[in-house]
Design a protein around this ligand. Structure first.
Ligand SMILES: Nc1ncnc2c1ncn2[C@@H]1O[C@H](COP(=O)(O)OP(=O)(O)OP(=O)(O)O)[C@@H](O)[C@H]1O
Ligand SMILES: O=C(O)[C@H](O)COP(=O)(O)O
Length: 394
């Protein structure tokens, strides 16, 4: 990476404003998935070991510029403190005199977590006054929030213009792994794209067609492609206005010599529910009043074979409605194939696919699970991430 990291700056005794992505799922005031907190530990520990005074900032949820009591970061501070094995001070605001006073009490190696930065309207507007107010708290800015790097907000982008600005270790690792995968891939290189909406994945599919050897399509977005192939899809998810585009992608794949894999059989249901009647049918036999909610067993086998024979696989988006047990089989089969493919470097592109892998208890068998959902998607589309662009060049 051509951006400076925490390793390139003097940190001893410095006040360091470190933006992390602690946007974690919570229920009844408890953190229910601490993956993102754990992922930030290497940077926080590096900073404390170097003798920095660490000021952490994050958003949580989408409070839209006002205080939402359930979105305070207090439970996160508690969990972080347990994971770090040391006290984490918690401020009830994210800037201003009371926060400055708390920062003044920090000794080398101390950690302070600011309040949810999205409680302030200026955060998402990338307001320069707010960015300056954040910058006034510190001597150095570290961005370790890969998951929020696609947002140009005051704490992810604006502040970087007012302080020496470097990446954290998680940010560096995410960019390194995803960047290497896309620019210098080991081959055969396979991308698996699933999820619900073609619209959201157009850019990714387009960019990946330039790079991969195999493109596997699954999930709800597959049925726009199935329709483009000339088959009926019944009540399955369909984006009519994207059928032509789907056709053009299939043609482009042919031109580029990319193997384009589509479901050959599917699990169809007469209702979108766990109680639905289901059956497996060939792709050209989807009944008109049924909907396809998962890939079928033959498709799973074909996809698993392609995975086993790949050196690098990028996966974004589930193969079916994995939240419902009846339609989780396809997503599970792909996750298991990745777990079992020992010679395959597997990169899970955040969001729902990461949640699925966690759910199947296969997370530790993947090579890299990105902490970014939207961020990893935009990165895979080849878009520049504002939170990275703003950091100092090496
Ligand atoms: N056949 C299908 N019909 C309807 N919905 C589906 C189907 N297959 C998958 N889904 C749904 O797609 C949703 C995920 O779609 P989405 O496009 O949001 O993926 P994503 O969140 O972008 O993936 P990721 O987070 O990994 O990037 C899941 O909730 C899943 O239930
Ligand atoms: O969960 C995420 O993908 C990041 O934390 C970004 O959150 P946002 O989509 O609310 O900006």
């Amino acid at each position: 990476m051509n951006k400076k990291s925490v390793k390139d700056v003097e940190l001893k005794g410095k006040r360091v404003f470190c933006r992390v992505d602690f946007n974690v799922p919570m229920k009844d005031g408890q953190v229910t998935d601490e993956t993102r907190i754990r992922a930030a530990l290497p940077t926080i520990e590096y900073l404390t070991n170097q003798g920095a005074k660490v000021i952490l900032a994050s958003h949580l949820g989408r409070p839209k510029g006002s205080v939402v009591e359930e979105l305070r970061l207090t439970p996160v501070a508690k969990r972080l403190s347990e994971l770090l094995g040391k006290e984490v001070k918690k401020a009830d605001e994210a800037y201003g005199d009371s926060v400055k006073a708390m920062v003044d009490t920090l000794s080398e190696g101390d950690v302070l977590l600011l309040e949810n930065v999205r409680f302030y309207p200026g955060e998402e507007k990338n307001d320069s006054e707010l960015a300056k107010a954040f910058a006034e708290l510190a001597d150095v800015y570290v961005n370790d929030a890969f998951g929020a790097a696609h947002r140009a907000h005051a704490s992810t982008e604006g502040i970087a213009h007012h302080l020496p600005a470097v990446s954290g270790l998680l940010m560096e690792k995410e960019l390194d792994v995803l960047g290497k995968a896309l620019s210098n891939p080991e081959r055969p290189f396979t991308a698996i794209i699933g999820g619900a909406k073609v619209k959201d994945k157009i850019g990714v599919i387009e960019n990946l067609l330039e790079k991969v050897d195999n493109l596997i399509i699954g999930g709800g977005l597959a049925y726009t492609f199935v329709k483009a192939q000339g088959h009926e899809v019944g009540k399955s998810l369909l984006e009519e206005d994207k059928i032509e585009l789907a056709k053009s992608f299939m043609e482009k794949a042919k031109e580029k010599g990319v193997n384009f894999y589509m479901p050959v059989d599917v699990v169809v249901a007469d209702d979108f529910s766990e109680e639905a009647n289901i059956k497996t049918v060939a792709i050209e036999e989807i009944p008109s009043d049924w909907e396809a909610l998962d890939i079928g067993p033959k498709t799973r086998e074909i996809y698993s074979d392609v995975i086993q024979n790949s050196k690098l696989v990028i996966w974004n988006g589930p193969m079916g409605v994995f939240e419902l047990k009846k339609f989780a089989g396809g997503t599970r089969a792909v996750a298991e194939a990745l777990a079992e493919a020992n010679d395959t470097y597997s990169v899970i592109g955040g969001g729902d696919s990461a949640a699925a892998v966690e759910k199947f208890h296969l997370a530790d068998r993947m090579s890299h699970i990105s902490t970014g959902g939207g961020a990893s998607l935009e990165f895979m589309e080849g878009k520049a991430l504002p939170g990275v662009v703003a950091l100092n060049d090496k």
